[in-house]
Write a protein that binds this ligand. Structure first.
Ligand SMILES: [Zn+2]
Length: 385
């Protein structure tokens, strides 16, 4: 059995212990006692060293705790362990912050926390509700931070069938209870700070609906400060682009967005007008052939609305045939005037099918695509271009 030193002192950074057992060619070590927190209850495991060898993972095997090492320890009876304190303290801040936040949601809004995950970037709690509004989130954040400022003590106690827990525990026997003075009692095996002040600022972030719960992201301590800094820096960059104050950025973005939509509409209208004029001009510049038809092939980057408008304008004149070829994404458009004696959709459709492509269209306009450029040229040739 491994004695869990972190249970009673989550501030213990260095310890000595005896090796009870090793496995995996000396890379998995079991000790009589450890300050290393194993992966459990939504909180990731500690890192650190045993006799200077890096601990890569710490695994809870119920009675024993396994320390997974980077390389085998030289065979020694005792080891000196040291945990990565920055990581431990950060985890204690996030985990204690979670207890506080969950307690506030429970106390003020009757919302239970069904699960908790402490991530490397952000942490989340799943609240037992189908929806939550921004006002509730802001109120909970404010109330939780007020309790941070009150610097209330967090306590650890061991109790047989304890009552008055925020969430009933599925475990029986002696339970480890983490309490926040005059607020919360929860059964938990995690590492916690001594008082709410050490949690530091609590920042509630985005929410997401996951089945019947709302997953809420939050940051505590330095994570909250660093995120606020990143948010600020981003907002400053946006404000510089708009030459506006930070407070005016959302309004500037909204007004830019609607102006963009308007100008895009206007640009599109102009583009179609220009294409129509170009089609007309090309018609007048194209001399009729021996059969009296004005035939024009145009190679275009893509067959889009403007290209179609140009082709339609070209064949609005009498005795006209236009073939548009886009070789980048091999496709064709055939437009013919009503008096050309041709059926564009049918004629092009048949050629496309024979070339392994697809498409079709009306009597006056046919359009389609083929697998490659070779097929494109075969069809163009078959159409006399
Ligand atoms: Zn906990």
């Amino acid at each position: 059995v491994t004695e869990r030193l972190y249970y009673n002192d989550s501030y213990l950074r260095r310890f000595e212990a005896a090796i009870l057992d090793v496995a995996d060619e000396g890379k998995r070590v079991y000790l009589d006692r450890t300050a290393f927190y194993p992966n459990s209850g939504g909180q990731p495991s500690d890192r650190g060293t045993l006799n200077g060898v890096a601990v890569l993972d710490v695994i809870d095997e119920e009675d024993r705790i396994a320390h997974v090492l980077e390389r085998p320890l030289p065979s020694l009876a005792t080891v000196a362990g040291e945990i990565d304190w920055a990581r431990r303290f950060d985890h204690a801040q996030q985990h204690s912050g979670q207890h506080l936040l969950s307690a506030v949601f429970h106390r003020d809004f009757g919302l239970a926390t069904v699960s908790f995950h402490l991530g490397s970037e952000a942490s989340t709690i799943d609240l037992a509700t189908g929806s939550i509004d921004a006002d509730t989130l802001a109120q909970a954040e404010r109330a939780a931070n007020a309790i941070v400022f009150e610097n209330r003590p967090l306590g650890v106690s061991y109790e047989e069938s304890p009552g008055d827990l925020r969430k009933e525990s599925q475990r029986s026997g002696t339970l480890r209870i983490i309490s926040i003075a005059d607020l919360d009692r929860s059964a938990c095996g995690g590492t916690h700070v001594k008082s709410t002040g050490e949690i530091g600022p609590i920042l509630v972030r985005k929410t997401e609906k996951i089945r019947n719960t709302i997953r809420l992201e939050f940051l505590c301590g330095m994570r909250a400060v660093e995120q606020a800094r990143r948010d600020y820096d981003g907002l400053v960059r946006a404000a510089q682009v708009f030459s506006s104050s930070l407070a005016d950025v959302p309004e500037m973005v909204a007004s830019m967005q609607s102006r963009l939509v308007e100008s895009e509409k206007a640009r599109k209208k102009l583009g179609l007008e220009v294409a129509t004029m170009r089609g007309k001009q090309r018609y007048s510049e194209t001399a009729p052939g021996e059969d009296g038809l004005r035939r024009l092939r145009l190679d275009v980057p893509a067959i889009e609305e403007e290209a179609r408008a140009e082709a339609q304008s070209f064949v609005a004149g009498s005795k006209a045939v236009m073939l548009m070829v886009a070789s980048a994404s091999p496709s064709l458009l055939l437009a013919v005037s009503a008096d050309s004696g041709l059926l564009a959709g049918k004629q092009l459709g048949d050629l496309l099918k024979a070339a392994g492509g697809r498409g079709g269209g009306s009597a006056q306009v046919g359009q389609g695509s083929v697998p490659d450029r070779e097929a494109l040229e075969r069809i163009a040739k078959a159409l006399g271009f």
